[in-house]
Design a protein around this ligand. Structure first.
Ligand code: ATP
Ligand code: LTN
Length: 325
């Protein structure tokens, strides 16, 4: 029996190269070896205000991006979170064993809630419990995510262990898969913080659907460090970040990248990086257009059915264990 993967992304904002390199690229790479479930987490999306008119569209657009990135519906299950009501149901049960203190320590809540509990929604606070439910419903072995989700994975493991201890063996304890390179792609404008969908400054992110001109401009404007060398040096995070993007898109080793740019200036480096990104994204952007709504429906509907058949088994066993059914 293959081991199982679960991961997801929110249909908010626009997906950027950080989401691709930190998460999607690995989802694609792992789908042969694992039985994989890739979810569009629209219930997570509404933990911050969304425009209802565009949320449905964004949900479908994200399915297109999964497919264009190379997730193969013949190998992996792609589905929309809200099509499987067990996610919300298990969230209630796990909310009853999660502790306020452990959720208060979640840095994403602190960042996104801006430390203002009068204004922050309860959904934003319990967001990690919904994420734990996503993962635990599928008896997941491995969760490929970027560095920013590590803390949520630890909470998921804690909740699973607590439930198993209090009610008897029920959940598989999942392991995170955080890639050694690319798990924290930084903003091109402020290379001390992560490239983020919710960044107000669009120049900090290369979006997967940006056109060639925009990509080239963003890379030309990217902040650099003092010095001239193009190498992987932790004390020069801006260049290291750009070089990491180059490395992951070309598949070269770190030392090959350094040799490749030895003696070259920032101008040359940025031009070549921009060409590499544009050439990488061109076929991806063509593929995005291939899937119309009917084609998506033909993938997402059976995806949800397959997911549901597993999720409902887990939920039934949970209800039994807690004395509800
Ligand atoms: P935001 O950027 O607004 O915080 P997010 O991280 O919530 O967005 P999702 O679409 O839910 O965005 O994330 C999808 C995946 O991309 C997650 O596994 C996340 O860890 C990963 N990811 C997000 N930002 C980066 C980044 N800068 N570098 C590497 N991986 C990232
Ligand atoms: N919280 C994640 C998205 C997410 C997820 C999940 C990732 C929701 N549920 C389950 C992995 C497994 C984020 O904000 N990037």
């Amino acid at each position: 029996m293959k081991k199982r993967i679960f991961s997801g992304a929110q249909p908010t904002g626009q997906l950027h190269i950080g989401n691709y390199l930190g998460a999607l690229k690995n989802w694609v790479a792992l789908q042969d070896e694992y039985e994989s479930f890739y979810c569009i987490v629209n219930l997570h999306a509404i933990t911050l205000p969304q425009n209802p008119k565009v949320l449905r569209q964004k949900t479908l657009d994200l399915a297109r991006i999964y497919l264009a990135a190379g997730i193969d519906p013949e190998k992996s299950t792609i589905f929309i979170q809200s099509d499987v009501p067990e996610h919300a149901e298990l969230t209630w049960i796990l909310s009853c064993i999660a502790r306020m203190g452990e959720l208060e320590r979640m840095t994403q809540y602190k960042d996104k809630g801006k430390g203002n509990s009068e204004r922050a929604g309860v959904g934003l606070f319990t967001y990690p419990v919904l994420m734990a439910s996503d993962i635990l419903l599928y008896q997941t072995d491995l969760v490929p995510v970027g560095q920013d989700q590590k803390q949520h994975l630890e909470l998921t493991r804690d909740l699973a262990e607590r439930f198993n201890r209090d009610f008897g063996e029920t959940f598989t304890i999942p392991e995170p898969f955080i890639p050694p390179v690319g798990a924290n792609i930084l903003s091109l404008q402020e290379p001390t913080k992560k490239m983020s969908k919710s960044d107000e400054n669009a120049n900090g992110s290369i979006f997967l659907l940006d056109d060639a001109d925009t990509i080239t401009k963003k890379i030309k404007r990217a902040v650099t460090d003092s010095g001239t060398e193009i190498n992987f040096d932790d004390s020069r995070p801006a260049i290291k970040n750009l070089l990491t993007i180059f490395q992951l898109l070309t598949g070269k080793s770190a030392s090959e990248c350094e040799t490749h740019f030895a003696g070259k200036g920032y101008g040359h480096f940025k031009t070549e990086l921009a060409e590499t990104v544009v050439e990488f994204l061109r076929p991806f952007q063509d593929r995005v257009k291939e899937f119309d709504d009917a084609a998506l429906d033909a993938i997402l509907k059976p995806g949800a059915e397959k997911a549901r058949s597993i999720a409902s088994d887990t939920l039934k066993s949970v209800y039994k264990k807690v004395g509800i059914a």
